[in-house]
Design a protein around this ligand. Structure first.
Ligand SMILES: Nc1ncnc2c1ncn2[C@@H]1O[C@H](COP(=O)(O)OP(=O)(O)OP(=O)(O)O)[C@@H](O)[C@H]1O
Ligand SMILES: O=c1ccn([C@@H]2O[C@H](COP(=O)(O)O)[C@@H](O)[C@H]2O)c(=O)[nH]1
Ligand SMILES: [Mg+2]
Length: 190
């Protein structure tokens, strides 16, 4: 059986994960972009108890239990055609629980690397507060909590990938096109 290739994409809120993933799928037809946050935003509208729990986590900048998120990611991979694809998993894994449950639920899928977009706090704040996508969590109160969660829970995950020799880290300051050149170089594309 041919398994998909997995590239996790991490970075602070506003570091450009979605922007760079879009550039990758527009350039390379075998890439599929799955944003964990986007899948959760869709799932919160289900009207179920799980939907209410997701809404609470999003507004608190906290992390949804891993079984929920990994289930959504796995279903999305299956919908997209499991085999021979390269999945960009954007905004996941965000904490130890995410990391451990992913490898427990999907042990057979090889993870190629984690692409990490490194960006200053002040730049993150400016980008998020100027984003005009109508996201309910793009306000200073929730953003402050998202940044705290990122530092306390997600940065240690970046370190875990580094310790495993699977981290592709790039400077995410500058023009999106220049950053895209760094992304391609970090992923050995072109
Ligand atoms: N290199 C860049 N320079 C300036 N603005 C940028 C850059 N990259 C992205 N942006 C803008 O910053 C905002 C956040 O970018 P994006 O949505 O890609 O970030 P993200 O990492 O996916 O954030 P989140 O974690 O909140 O989903 C968007 O308005 C985007 O257009
Ligand atoms: O794996 C994940 C991804 C996201 N969340 C929650 O969603 C929001 C928004 O995520 P973005 O990546 O910025 O779109 C995030 O603050 C978390 O509350 C999650 O719990 N788990
Ligand atoms: Mg995003």
């Amino acid at each position: 059986m041919a398994y998909p290739r997995i590239i996790f994409v991490l970075g602070g809120p506003g570091s450009g994960k979605g922007t760079q993933c879009k550039k990758l799928i527009d350039t390379y037809s075998d890439f599929v972009h799955l944003s964990a946050g986007e899948l959760l935003r869709e799932a919160r509208n289900s009207g179920s108890e799980v939907g209410e729990m997701i809404e609470k986590c999003i507004m608190e900048g906290s992390i949804v239990p891993a079984e929920v998120t990994v289930g959504l990611l796995r279903d999305a991979m299956v919908r997209n055609g499991w085999e021979k694809k390269k999945f960009l998993i954007d905004g996941f894994p965000r904490n130890d629980d995410n990391y451990d449950v992913w490898f427990r639920m999907l042990p057979e899928i090889p993870v190629e690397c984690c692409l990490f977009l490194d960006c200053d706090d002040q730049v993150l704040v400016n980008r998020i507060l100027n984003r005009s996508e109508g996201r309910s969590d793009d306000n200073i109160e929730t953003l402050t909590k998202r940044l705290k969660t990122y530092k306390e829970c997600t940065q240690p995950i970046v370190k875990r990938f580094g310790d495993a020799g699977k981290l592709a880290s790039i400077d995410a300051l500058g023009d999106p096109e220049i950053i895209f050149n760094r992304v391609k170089a970090a992923l050995s594309l072109e």
